[in-house]
Design a protein around this ligand. Sequence first.
Ligand code: FAD
Length: 382
Amino acid sequence: MEAERKNVCIVGGGLVGSLCACFIAKRGYKVDLFEMRQDFRADATVHGRSINLALSHRGLEALERVGLREKVTKSGIPMHARMIHSLDGKTRPIPYGRTGQFIMSVDRMGLNGVLLTEAESQPNITIHFGHKLVSCDPTTGETVFSTDDSTVKRTYDLIVGCDGAFSAVRKSMMRHCRFDYEQRYIEHGYMEIAFPPSESGGHCMATNYLHIWPRNQFMLIALPNLDGSFTGTMFMPFELFDQLKSPEAVVKFYRDTFPDALELLGEKTVVDTILSLKALPLVSIRCQPYHLNDKMLIIGDAAHAMVPFYGQGMNCGFEDCIILDDLMQQFGHDFGKVLPAFTNSRVEDAHAIVDLALYNYIEMRQSVNSVTFLLRKKLDNA
Ligand code: FAD
């Protein structure tokens, strides 16, 4: 069957699904991309606060392959080093690599928007917003989606699940084959907090850094945004979040642990944020295989959700797209060969990075405080 006559269904129009659609469409297949949410690009209210991500080499390489590297990096901010904030307010940088190497802070919605717009511009991709996958069959390729007022049934040659950590595609695979699955919630949750721009409109801390306040059992981090703000994230045990129940308790906690951050955030922001938001959970998922028959594949968080401490969840999902594309190049239209080869080449690496991400939490909140860590980094970068 010719490429253009094969139909591919991509479930999930998040970061990985929208990029995957661009890769697959370039191979000539007809692609339907289904996203359960409405199109956020049409909704001005979604663009309020910027939530950002660290984009690294893996992710940039994938963007390069679909011709989007320049467009995305133009609106990103290079971060050359971690900036460690001690309790006494002193700061010291620890470079990520050699001179000139960096990771980039990018806006999550902005990046997702660029990818969706690129997908939309391809003549062989149709995006269906407001379509939630209800079920799919790995033998026949049948899919059922629900919308606000109808049920949509379609049949595909290939279904790619990019529907995130709680993937419906993965759930359907679990029913049909010997599928190993392990899910782990850590005891720590996260909560975002916005550092405003300085009075002059610039950044209130050194711009080109990922700022970290490591406090051994918990930490605060902050990544820069183009508008002069930083998006901060507190990672702490749920037990600790639960103790912060009054304005006095919140302010005392910040004064004792993040005094320089408190000055930049202001007491009102800290109190309003912590008392009005709920800390969110963090989950790791390891599973295998990533495919079923010649019909179904999971990639991105659907296959390997990880805690964010290595900054690699999205980057690995983007790398999945490169690996899938290489295998399609190698095996042509034979999905019966492409999909098992994907599982074979990806599972071990993905499990390793899920583990590294868990380990890196200890490095970020604790080990960066140690002299041995600093000496090791100096030698690594020499
Ligand atoms: P998702 O982003 O979860 O997208 C899944 C999409 O599928 C969504 O749009 C959803 O609406 C849709 N969907 C779900 N179910 C259905 C259904 N049944 N039918 C139709 N559509 C459906 N990664 C990095 O690389 N760098 C970072 O710095 C980084 N920081 C992070 C910080 C935090 C606090 C967290 C929590 C994560 C971070 N990550 C980071 C991880 C990154 O967010 C994820 O790895 C990435 O979003 C995965 O993309 P995805 O497209 O696979 O899944």
